[in-house]
Design a protein around this ligand. Structure first.
Ligand code: HPA
Length: 248
């Protein structure tokens, strides 16, 4: 049976409401996954859950073993992934707590293991189409659920993926703005591209946790980010529960 996975990000290292939890043990040739993969029932629907930063949150964005995570989910017959990403808001209409279902990505990361095609003696190299990085059908369902639930959200946005773990300089954010980016995070890539290489439908629910660097008069603090997450993650969870019940 094909399965649906949720990859949790900062603020979602545990999928509250997941019942009948079982631990899935998967070996990959890429090394260890971010932690234990769980499966269980969310609102009565079967879901696989993986916390990308580990449980508790200890793995920084540039150290996440994205290939192991995606390979393991693939081995568990996952065909659809909804990723949750905490982001900084660049567009003025994307303030803290706002939810964004992004439609595009620009990748500013470097040095990450970003493809399964690095040993082409074992598999034939494919240059996968990435014109639309996020799966159209999954995005449509997320957007419909967000409309139903009536939360403030944006049905599109360009996600800038930076290397981290430091935040950006103000000038870097101005450059992202000129590049057409609406939100900035550190974990969207190579996750989305690896899912595409494996033929897994992938979409993201982003929650804005701070105005990006230089866009507010206040410094960005982890205390403020955690406060926004505490206040805003409930909407993300409700959206996930709604969409999961409509995916099968
Ligand atoms: N920049 C990059 N990644 C982030 C941010 C940010 O401002 N906020 C949360 N993740």
């Amino acid at each position: 049976m094909s399965r649906i996975a949720i990859i949790g990000g900062t603020g979602l290292s545990e999928l509250v409401g997941l019942k009948n939890i079982k631990t899935e043990k998967v070996d990959t040739v890429y090394g260890e996954t971010s932690g234990v993969i769980e499966s269980g029932l969310l609102e009565g629907e079967e879901v696989v859950f993986l916390s990308r930063h580990g449980k508790p949150h200890t793995i920084p964005p540039h150290k996440i073993n994205y290939r192991a995570n995606l390979d393991a989910l693939h081995k568990l017959n996952v065909k659809k992934i909804i990723a949750v990403n905490a982001v900084g808001g660049i567009s003025s209409d994307m303030p803290p707590k706002h939810i964004v279902i992004p439609h595009q990505i620009i990748d500013y990361t470097y040095g990450r293991e970003h493809t399964f095609y690095d040993n082409t003696s074992e598999v034939e190299l494919q240059h996968v189409d990435f014109s639309d990085p996020y799966d159209g059908d999954l995005r449509f369902k997320l957007i419909s659920a967000a409309k139903q639930y009536d939360i403030p959200f944006s049905n599109s946005g360009v996600y800038a993926c930076t290397q981290g773990p430091r935040l950006e300089s103000s000038a870097e954010v101005q450059r992202l703005l000129r590049d057409g980016c609406d939100i900035v995070g550190m974990t969207g890539m190579p996750e989305a591209a690896l899912a595409r290489e494996l033929g897994i439908a992938y979409a993201s629910v982003c929650i804005v946790v701070n105005p990006a660097a230089g866009l507010s008069h206040e410094p960005i603090t982890m205390t403020d980010i955690h406060r926004v997450l505490t206040e805003g993650i409930g909407n993300v969870l409700t959206l996930l529960k709604l969409v999961i019940s409509q995916l099968n």
